[in-house]
Design a protein around this ligand. Structure first.
Ligand SMILES: Cc1cc2nc3c(=O)[nH]c(=O)nc-3n(C[C@H](O)[C@H](O)[C@H](O)COP(=O)(O)OP(=O)(O)OC[C@H]3O[C@@H](n4cnc5c(N)ncnc54)[C@H](O)[C@@H]3O)c2cc1C
Length: 498
C-alpha cells in the first residue's frame, strides 16, 4: 500500500528518543567495509539518497536510524556472503522486508547495515495438487495472491499493506490478519524455510511435505523471531484452494453484548465456511469517513460495525446459510442494519474499509498503536478502561480488531507527542492485559517498542531461554540487535518489575 509521507513532524532519531539504549560494541563501518559489501551486491548498494533515507524510517515515521549502507542482495548466496563478512567484522545488521512493521523492528536503531530482501522476489515452484508454494522471501503478499489466483488457489492470510509487505517479513513477524479464524496462524501453513544464519551459513529447511516428524521443528523458531535469529531467504507454504463461493456481511450492531452473541452464533451457524470476523467501533467508522473519504455503507450509525466473511465450495448452500443467518439476526434485534454482498468487486471495496483503518488513523495525527489479545468478553472492558484513563491526552481513541482471535487494536491519536506518554499507556494497558490473561502483542510483534515489556506476557525463565537461544544462533548478536529481547535486564531486575 503506497502511503504518502506525513509532513506533520520530523521523525526524531530512535537513539535520541531512547537514551537508555546504548550502541553495542560493534565495529564502525569503514570505507573498506562499504567497498567489500557493495562488491557482493554489485550495483545494488545504496550509500546516500532517498532510498537509503526511506529505509532508515519506519511506516509510522516514529522510528529512525542512521544506517549509512543499504544492501539489496538477489540470491541466498549473496545474503550468505554479506552475513559472513559482517560476522567476521562484528558489524550489526537489520533485515528489512516491506518495512511495514508497526513496532520499529525493521529499521536500524543506530548505524546497522540494512539488508533489504526486496529483489529476492522469485516464485520457485507451485504444486497445483498439494498447494505447496515455494518462493523467495522478498515476494510481496499481493504478488503471491495474484499468482495463486490464476492457479485457483489463494494465500492463507491477508493483511492491509499487502502491496508492500513481503512473505519473509510476514513469517518473521508471524503476522495474523483477517483469516486466522479459518486457516490458523503462519505456524499452521508453513512447510519449510531457508534461513541464512548470523555467521553466513545456510540452513536449508525447505520441504513441500506437510508432515515431517524428524525431531525439533526448527522452522517454527524463525517465525515471529523478527530477524533476530537468521535471515529468511526462502519460504515454503501450504496454500488453500480459492473458494468459489465467497460472501460477506457488513452490519451495524447496537451493543457489545450483541457482538458476543453474533460471534457465538456465527461459529455455530456458519461453522466450516466462516473465514473472517472483524469488529470496529464508531470512532473508527468516523475516521474512515473523514480520512479515507469512504461513506458509511449502512443507512444509520451504530456503536459497532462488523465484517463477517465466508468462503465455501457451494454457492447455493453458502448463500442460504448467510441469508438465514442475517435474517435471524434482524429478527432477534441483534443488528441495527446490514447487508450481504457476494460480488467480487463490491467485496473488495468493503475490505478496503477494514484494510485501510491503519491509514485512516495515521492521517488523523500521531498515533500510539497497540495490538493486544484479550478474552472475547473483556474486549470492550479493556477498551473502555483505556478511554477513561487517557481520553484527556488523546484527540480520539479507536478500537478495532480481528475479533475471532481476541485481537484488540487500541489506537490513541494525539497531535502532540510526549516521551512519557507511551510509558504511561503501556504500564496501564499491558498490566490490565496481563491481569485478564491476554498477550501484549497479538500480531505486529515486539520490535523496539515493547522489548522492555516482554515480561508482561512471558515468564522470566522463558525470556532467559529465549536469550540463550539467541546466543546459540547469533553469538556476536549482530542480527537485529536492540529488538525483541530486553537486553539490559537480567531475571532479577525483571522480577522486581512485575
Ligand atoms: C496499515 C497496516 C496494517 C497492518 N495490518 C496487520 C495485520 O492485520 N496483521 C498483522 O499481523 N500485521 C499487520 N501489520 C504489520 C505488518 O504489515 C506485518 O507485521 C508484516 O508481516 C510485516 O512485513 P514486512 O515485509 O513489511 O516486514 P518488515 O516490516 O520489513 O519487517 C518486520 C520484522 O521482520 C524482520 N524481517 C523482515 N524480513 C525478514 C526476513 N526475510 N528474514 C528475517 N527477518 C526479516 C525485520 O527485521 C523486522 O524485525 C500492518 C501494518 C500496516 C502498516
Amino acid at each position: 500500500m503506497a502511503e504518502e509521507l506525513s509532513t506533520k513532524w520530523e521523525t526524531p532519531l530512535t537513539s535520541e528518543q531512547n537514551p537508555h539504549i546504548k550502541r553495542g560494541r560493534y565495529s564502525h563501518l569503514t570505507q573498506t567495509d562499504k567497498d567489500v559489501l557493495s562488491r557482493i551486491v554489485e550495483g545494488r548498494a545504496c550509500t546516500s539518497g532517498k532510498e537509503l533515507a526511506d529505509a532508515n524510517i519506519d511506516w509510522l515515521r516514529i522510528y529512525r536510524g542512521t544506517s549509512p549502507l543499504l544492501l539489496k542482495p538477489k540470491s541466498t548466496w549473496e545474503v550468505s556472503k554479506i552475513l559472513g563478512y559482517c560476522h567476521n567484522r562484528n558489524l550489526a545488521v537489520v533485515p528489512q522486508g516491506g518495512n511495514t512493521s508497526l513496532a520499529g523492528g525493521s529499521v536500524p536503531m543506530f548505524d546497522e547495515v540494512i539488508i533489504s530482501l526486496k529483489l529476492m522476489d522469485k516464485i520457485i515452484s507451485f504444486n497445483n495438487l498439494s498447494g505447496a508454494l515455494v518462493c523467495e522471501a522478498g515476494c510481496t503478499l499481493q504478488s503471491l495472491m495474484d499468482f495463486l489466483d490464476a492457479e485457483g488457489y489463494t494465500m492463507p492470510y491477508r493483511i492491509g499493506p499487502k502491496d508492500t509487505c513481503q512473505i519473509g517479513g510476514n513469517m518473521s513477524t508471524n503476522c495474523g490478519g483477517m483469516h486466522v479464524v479459518r486457516y490458523g496462524s503462519r505456524h499452521a501453513a508453513i512447510l519449510g524455510l531457508e534461513v541464512v544464519l548470523a555467521d553466513g551459513s545456510i540452513l536449508d529447511l525447505v520441504t513441500t511435505m506437510k508432515k515431517d516428524n524428524t525431531g525439533y521443528h526448527l522452522k517454527h523458531l524463525f517465525l515471529g523471531a523478527e530477524g533476530t535469529l537468521g535471515i529468511i531467504t526462502k519460504v515454503s507454504l501450504e496454500c488453500p484452494v480459492k473458494s468459489p463461493s465467497q460472501h460477506m456481511l457488513f452490519i451495524g450492531v447496537p451493543s457489545f453484548q450483541d457482538v458476543l452473541k453474533i460471534f457465538k452464533k456465527a461459529k455455530y451457524d456458519l461453522g466450516e465456511i466462516l473465514s473472517a470476523f472483524e469488529v470496529f467501533d464508531e470512532t473508527v467508522m468516523k475516521l474512515i469517513n473523514k480520512n479515507l473519504k469512504l461513506p458509511n455503507p449502512l443507512s444509520g450509525e451504530s456503536p459497532y460495525y462488523m465484517i463477517i466473511a465466508t468462503a465455501g465450495s457451494n454457492r447455493r448452500h453458502d448463500d442460504e446459510k448467510m441469508n438465514a443467518f442475517l435474517s435471524q439476526l434482524e429478527k432477534e434485534g441483534a443488528i441495527q442494519n446490514g447487508f450481504k454482498e457476494s460480488r467480487a468487486e463490491a467485496m473488495k471495496m468493503l475490505w478496503s474499509y477494514r484494510e485501510n483503518i491503519g491509514v485512516a488513523v495515521k492521517r488523523a495525527g500521531f498515533a500510539y498503536k497497540y495490538d493486544v489479545t484479550v478474552p472475547h468478553d473483556k474486549y470492550v472492558q479493556i477498551l473502555t478502561e483505556v478511554k477513561t484513563q487517557f481520553s484527556h491526552l488523546s484527540s480520539c481513541i479507536a478500537g478495532f480488531g480481528h475479533f475471532a482471535e481476541g485481537g484488540l487494536h487500541v489506537n490513541l491519536v494525539t497531535f502532540r507527542t510526549h516521551p512519557s506518554f507511551s510509558k504511561l499507556i503501556e504500564s496501564f494497558l499491558f498490566r490490565r492485559v496481563k491481569d485478564v490473561g491476554g498477550s501484549i502483542s497479538s500480531e505486529v510483534g515486539i520490535g523496539v517498542q515493547r522489548r522492555d515489556s516482554l515480561h508482561y506476557s512471558k515468564p522470566i525463565n522463558a525470556i532467559n531461554l529465549m536469550k540463550k537461544m539467541k546466543t546459540l544462533l547469533d553469538r556476536k548478536s549482530i542480527l537485529n540487535p536492540y529488538k525483541l529481547l530486553p537486553s539490559n535486564l537480567d531475571g532479577q531486575e525483571l522480577l522486581s518489575k512485575l
